[in-house]
Design a protein around this ligand. Structure first.
Ligand SMILES: COc1cccc(CC(=N)NC(=O)c2cccnc2OC2CCNCC2)c1
Length: 388
């Protein structure tokens, strides 16, 4: 089974005890100890670095993912990350051009495998020092090439490329359970278009519920209700960055945002990222929220082929209650024609899930650290990091 591979990696075993203090698992190494050449691929395959400024590379990555990336447990939906979204998510400040690692068929140059890393400055357990590490995402192998053991090679190769940059830890999430989650978050959905969600079997009608009743239950106002609410723009970054970092300090795992990070991650992009601030009378920013756009292909449905889903991203609140901020996020998501608004039970999100009519999803999102043994298991409420 695939834990054979994970037993060779610097990650805790499932039943390992917790140490007094957190720290690296592997022996401390230096970049010069790391092999210079890429790991071997099976015959007929070759490595490539994707450049998402190149339309052809972007098209190939989009196609690989839309056909082969993560599906829900019942194989009814598959993530459909847009090209614009991928460019946004994978070109943050400080990105390395060899951290977008692709595998091509040598003969046809067809992209059949991919894994990405982006640089993050992590704060763990309220410690002073920032740990520079990589956030790993989009591990994908073409469905026809599964069990060729390509995923372990992709993981070892991205690790090598990260180690060469003198970084030794990684953060990643997965729906699947592998050794060893630092925390297990639950996901929740808030219906925005209940009729469509029922038609596509994303949701179901309760026994004594009618469609009319359900549509009334989830109805939202046409306009937002918070005075001073307006879209975020890049000029707000120098103010928002310190306020967001201040908010995140309460959590035991989070990425410390630079002003440049805030400009990149939160500058609104249609159908990618939506960000809003609340500005008081005297032009002070008091609150912030954001959500990202991640549609899913509806696999083999006669009437609908795409589920438009919004996902809660980062927020902070110093004057407006969090539930009012997210209530307005719901109003805006509905206004932008999203069908559902998703959130995890991390950060302080449990404060709004019930009141805003979120229902639990049927799965979990596991959070992982690579080459870092924590002194404790985190509750989801200790997590301050949202991955796309
Ligand atoms: C509705 O379409 C889906 C298509 C594929 C998988 C899933 C279930 C699932 N695995 N959902 C999540 O992982 C999830 C649920 C709520 C919030 N964020 C999430 O994942 C994010 C963060 C991790 N990378 C994927 C997107 C649903």
């Amino acid at each position: 089974n695939q834990w054979q591979f994970w037993n060779t990696q610097p990650v805790p075993k499932m039943d390992d005890p917790f140490p007094e203090t957190s720290g690296p698992i592997d022996v401390i190494k230096k970049p010069e100890d790391i092999q210079k050449d890429p790991y071997n691929l099976p015959a007929g395959f070759e490595w490539c670095n994707l450049n998402l400024k190149n339309q052809d590379d972007l098209d190939q990555l989009y196609t690989l993912l839309v056909e082969n990336y993560v599906e829900d447990d019942d194989n009814m939906f598959r993530f459909d990350y847009s090209r614009e979204f991928l460019r946004w998510a994978l070109s943050p400040p400080g990105q390395y051009e060899d951290w977008l690692a692709g595998v091509r068929v040598t003969k046809t140059k067809k992209l059949v495998g991919f894994i990405s890393g982006i640089p993050v400055h992590m704060i763990l357990q309220k410690k002073e020092e920032v740990i520079k590490m990589t956030e790993i995402n989009f591990l994908c192998v073409n469905k026809k090439l599964r069990s060729k053991r390509l995923a372990p090679v992709l993981i070892k190769e991205i690790t090598r490329r990260v180690n060469i940059k003198n970084m030794w830890q990684a953060v990643y999430t997965a729906g699947v359970l592998i050794p060893k989650p630092i925390s297990i978050a639950q996901y929740f959905h808030r219906s925005l278009n209940p009729k469509k969600l029922i038609e596509i079997n994303f949701s179901s009608l309760g026994k004594n519920q009618t469609m009319a009743r359900v549509q009334k239950l989830y109805k939202l106002p046409e306009e937002t209700t918070i005075k001073g609410l307006r879209p975020f723009n890049k000029k707000d970054a120098p103010t928002v960055a310190p306020m967001l970092n201040k908010y995140l300090e309460q959590f035991d795992l989070y990425h410390k945002f630079s002003v440049e990070d805030v400009k990149h991650y939160f500058a609104p992009v249609d159908n990618v990222i939506y960000s809003y601030v609340v500005e008081s009378e005297d032009k002070k920013i008091t609150d912030f929220f954001s959500f990202y756009c991640l549609p899913s292909t509806i696999i083999n449905h006669p009437k609908h082929n795409q589920l438009r889903a919004a996902y809660s991203y980062y927020h902070f609140s110093t004057a407006t209650p969090l539930k009012d901020l997210i209530y307005n996020a719901l109003i805006l998501a509905k206004k932008y024609d999203f069908d559902v608004f998703n959130a995890l039970n991390l950060m302080e999100n449990t404060q709004f899930l019930d009141e805003l009519l979120f229902s639990p999803g049927d799965g979990n999102l596991h959070y992982y650290l690579y080459n870092w043994r924590l002194s404790e298991q985190f509750k989801p409420s200790q997590l301050g990091m949202v991955l796309v």
